[in-house]
Design a protein around this ligand. Structure first.
Ligand code: ATP
Length: 331
C-alpha cells in the first residue's frame, strides 16, 4: 500500500479547467472521499491518479515516486467504476481470475485459486463462483467488480461512485462491507461520490471540490464541524445546514452576512419566536419545519413530540457558524 501525493495538479479540456492546482496528500491506508456536485472535477482527479489522463501541470507521486511518466498498468492501481464492467460470457470465477492471469503478473495457479477464494469469501459471493456473470443481480455484479479490483492487491484503489447504481438497501450493506474490507486490508483508497452519507460513514478524510479546486481537506468531523466556507458547510449534513441572515438572533460578528446552524444546534427555550409549519415523522427521527421572521429552518425533535403546525416555540442558536457575503467563514 502507498501514500498518494498530488502537487499543484491541473488539467483543462479546452477552456474548461476541470482540475485546478490541486495539492493533496492521501496518507497510506487512508480512505479518502472526494465530494462535490456534478462537474467539479472528481472523476478527472481519479483519472489523473490512474494515468488515464495526463496533467497539464503538477506532479503525482505514489509511494514516494513520481508516476507522471508511468502508464496506468505500471502504476499498479485498481479502478472500480459506477457501471460494472464484467465479461458477460465468463463465470464469476473467471472474471475474478482475469486480472491475475495478466502476462505481466504471471501469478501461479495455486495463488490465483487462493486469492479468488479469499475475495469471494470477503464479498460473500463464494456460492456464485460458477455462475455466469449475466446470471447475477446488479448488487452481485458490483461485488464481483469490486472483487476484481481486490484480487490484484494493488498499491491504491480508485473507485468512482461504485455504489450509485444500486438500490438503497444494497448500497447501505456494501458501504459497511467496503469500509470493513478497506480497514482489514489497510488499503489506500480514493473514492468519488456526491453522496454525503457515504462520505461521512466511510471516509477517514474528505476532500471537498468546487469548480476544479480542492477547497477543504480533513476528517469528516472537521469538515462537518469546522467548514471553511458556506459551500463546504452545505456539502455535509442531512437535513442540510440552515442558513439565515446573520442578524436574526442578534449578536452577529462584524462582516457576517449569514448565520448557519446545523439542525441539531438549535435549542428550544428562551430566544426568538418561531412558528411550526410542518412536523415530519421519519420513524427514527422527527424533523420540525419552522419559520422564523419568514425564514424557513429545520430542526430535529423528540420522535414523540406533541408539537403541531401553528404552534409557536422559542429558539436559540448553539454553536452557530458565521460567513461573510462571499461565503467565507467569519467565525
Ligand atoms: N474528456 C473530456 N473532454 C472535455 N471535457 C471534459 C472531459 N472530461 C471532463 N470534462 C469536463 O471537466 C469538468 C469536470 O468533469 P468531471 O467528470 O471530472 O466532474 P465530476 O465532478 O466527476 O462530475 P460527475 O459527478 O458528473 O462525474 C466538467 O465540466 C466536464 O464536462
Amino acid at each position: 500500500m502507498a501514500e498518494v501525493v498530488l502537487e499543484g495538479v491541473s488539467k483543462s479540456f479546452g477552456d474548461i479547467d476541470a482540475v485546478s492546482n490541486v495539492t493533496m496528500t492521501v496518507p497510506d491506508g487512508a480512505f479518502v472521499v472526494l465530494l462535490g456536485p456534478t462537474g467539479v472535477g472528481k472523476t478527472t482527479t481519479l483519472r489523473l491518479i490512474s494515468g488515464l489522463e495526463t496533467p497539464d501541470a503538477g506532479d503525482i507521486r505514489i509511494g514516494g515516486r513520481s508516476v507522471i511518466a508511468d502508464t496506468p498498468a505500471q502504476r499498479n492501481i485498481a479502478m472500480v467504476f459506477q457501471q460494472y464492467s464484467l465479461y458477460p460470457h465468463l463465470t464469476v470465477r473467471q472474471n475474478l481470475e482475469f486480472p491475475l492471469r495478466s502476462p505481466i503478473l504471471n501469478t501461479p495457479q495455486t495463488q490465483i485459486e487462493r486469492r479468488v477464494a479469499e475475495v469471494a469469501d470477503v464479498l460473500q459471493i463464494a456460492h456464485k463462483l460458477d455462475n455466469k456473470a449475466t446470471a447475477l443481480s446488479g448488487g452481485e455484479m458490483q461485488r464481483v467488480s469490486i472483487g476484481r479490483a481486490l484480487v490484484r492487491r494493488p498499491q491504491v484503489f480508485l473507485m468512482d461512485e461504485p455504489l450509485s447504481s444500486l438500490d438503497a438497501k444494497l448500497r447501505a450493506d456494501l458501504r459497511i462491507e467496503l469500509k470493513r474490507i478497506q480497514s482489514d486490508l489497510g488499503s489506500t483508497l480514493v473514492y468519488v461520490t456526491h453522496d454525503q452519507v457515504e462520505a461521512m460513514t466511510m471516509a477517514t478524510h474528505v476532500g471537498v471540490l468546487d469548480r476544479g479546486q480542492l477547497v477543504q481537506f480533513g476528517t469528516p468531523r472537521e469538515i462537518y464541524e469546522n467548514p471553511a466556507s458556506l459551500y463546504v458547510a452545505t456539502r455535509l449534513g442531512q437535513p442540510r445546514i440552515n442558513t439565515l441572515p446573520a442578524g436574526v438572533f442578534g449578536g452577529a460578528p462584524d462582516r457576517a452576512a449569514t448565520i448557519a446552524l446545523r439542525p441539531e444546534h438549535i435549542r428550544e427555550g428562551d430566544g426568538k419566536p418561531a412558528s411550526v409549519t410542518r412536523v415530519e415523522h421519519l420513524g427514527d427521527q422527527t424533523r420540525l419545519h419552522l419559520l422564523i421572521e419568514n425564514h424557513a429552518l429545520v430542526t430535529l425533535v423528540d420522535a414523540h413530540t406533541t408539537l403541531r403546525p401553528g404552534d409557536t416555540i422559542s429558539l436559540r442558536p448553539e454553536r452557530p457558524l458565521y460567513f461573510d457575503d462571499r461565503g467565507a467563514r467569519v467565525i
